[in-house]
Design a binder for this molecule. Structure first.
Ligand code: ADP
Length: 397
């Protein structure tokens, strides 16, 4: 009997992350990988398991011209390692589920059309997610295709956190605060439930700090407020995105600087944030090492905005029982965690420097009223679990 497999795909603008999971029992990872710089000078990195499983190779441009050929190249590599690879389901990270989707869904042709219709809500991300689904449909026509949404975790937020102060008709048209990084929040919330069930029931802020960054306030394991809004641009400053900005700046850029809307969009998404302020890099590690005044200023801005948002989310929750860090920066940067937590005794936070330096799971001091935790996230596993669950449902139906 062949092992039942779920393939997970996370298609970004110029990258395709993939994972292979054995789902005979609770999903367990067999392989992960990434094709980067699709459409340029592509590169493939993968960990296929075992001592000799690490792969890193430059690809010819035609091997990853687009997402379809990138998937073909990734599959060729996987099939060398797993000759009988047959995916029972393919789980996709999809950034936007619109107002409708609160749970993962089987991608039928009708659902795919709906997901295409949400593209104007996430023009930078959604079309790539759809390309990933189309490529997987061709590669695995018999597999169940499952879409897992970054917005879904936040869809039950109270109306005050779901709407903007715009004329009502726009809410009905879908102009709402969606919030993103939902797969990461779902994973971390699940981990909390497992190892700290009382905290899970309490007032928790999860800080997903990566190249994209956001924070989510949870009560009883459910999202009640998040820093991202209609698009994944709002809230915290990110590697290359502005985070919160006065919309008046857009009018200024168009009317006084003579920029087109596409140019402003590009400026806000790809040239701002840490990169914009530092003039050096979007990468936190590089900025920490650089130590130039501009790099320090970018870090100060990032830290200041994170502390401000934390205060706002704590107010929305009526207090704070736990702050949880995840994402590339949240999981690894002792310096940023320490800077964010400095002087937060007013909210019950007291960091233990040694535990923080040791990257331990619990990094608060013994007298801290508020728990401070580091929980590595795993969005791929959330997708694999969802695909397995839907597969079981469809098989029973
Ligand atoms: P993405 O949002 O693309 O998934 P990640 O979650 O991988 O991004 O986070 C990438 C960010 O994490 C980068 O800014 C990187 O510099 C930062 N990072 C990773 N390791 C460290 C570290 N040891 N110290 C500081 N920053 C780090």
């Amino acid at each position: 009997m062949t092992t039942p497999i779920v393939l997970t795909l996370n298609a970004g603008s110029s990258s395709l992350k993939f994972g292979v999971y054995d789902i005979s029992e609770a999903p367990s990872q067999l392989a992960v990988g990434l094709v980067e710089r699709i459409g340029g000078q592509p590169q493939l990195k993968a960990d296929l398991g075992g001592l000799d499983g690490k792969v890193r190779q430059e690809l010819a441009p035609e091997e990853a011209r687009d997402h379809k050929s990138a998937l073909g190249t990734a599959l060729a590599l996987l099939r060398k390692r797993f000759p009988h690879l047959h995916a029972a389901a393919v789980g996709h990270r999809v950034v936007h589920g619109g107002p409708k989707y609160t749970l993962p869904v089987h991608v039928t042709p009708q659902v795919l059309d709906e997901l295409r219709a949400f593209s104007p809500f996430a023009p930078i991300h959604q079309p790539h997610n759809i390309s990933g689904i189309e490529a997987a449909l061709e590669a695995f026509p018999d597999a169940l295709q499952v879409a897992c949404f970054d917005t879904a975790f936040h869809r039950h937020q109270p109306k005050v956190n779901d709407e903007f102060a715009l004329p009502r008709e726009y809410y009905d048209k879908g102009v709402r605060r969606y919030g993103f990084h939902g797969l990461s929040y779902e994973y971390v919330a699940g981990e909390l439930k497992r190892f700290a069930p009382l905290l899970y029931e309490g007032r928790v802020v999860i800080a997903h700090l990566g190249n994209g960054a956001s924070m989510c306030g949870m009560l009883g394991g459910r999202s009640v407020a998040s820093t991202m809004g209609f698009t994944a641009l709002d809230g915290l400053p990110m590697g290359t995105r502005t985070g919160q900005i006065d919309p008046g700046v857009i009018f200024y850029m168009v009317q006084q600087e003579g920029k087109t809307i596409d140019e402003v969009r590009d400026l806000f998404y790809t040239q701002s944030g840490l990169l914009g302020i530092s003039g050096l890099s979007n990468d936190m590690r590089t900025l920490e090492a650089a130590g130039t005044p501009e790099a320090k200023e970018a870090i100060d801005y990032f830290v200041f905005r994170a502390r401000r948002e934390l205060g706002g989310l704590a107010a929305a929750l009526g207090g704070l029982d736990a702050l949880v860090f995840c994402g590339g920066i949240g999981e690894n940067s002792r310096y940023i965690r320490q800077r964010i937590c400095e002087g937060l005794d007013w909210i019950g936070i007291e960091l233990d420097r040694e535990r923080n330096e040791g990257n331990e799971r619990r990094i608060n001091g013994s007298f801290s009223r508020t728990h401070v935790l580091v929980v590595p996230t795993n969005e791929e596993l959330v997708i694999a679990r969802a695909a397995k669950a839907l597969l079981a449902e469809e098989t029973q139906a």
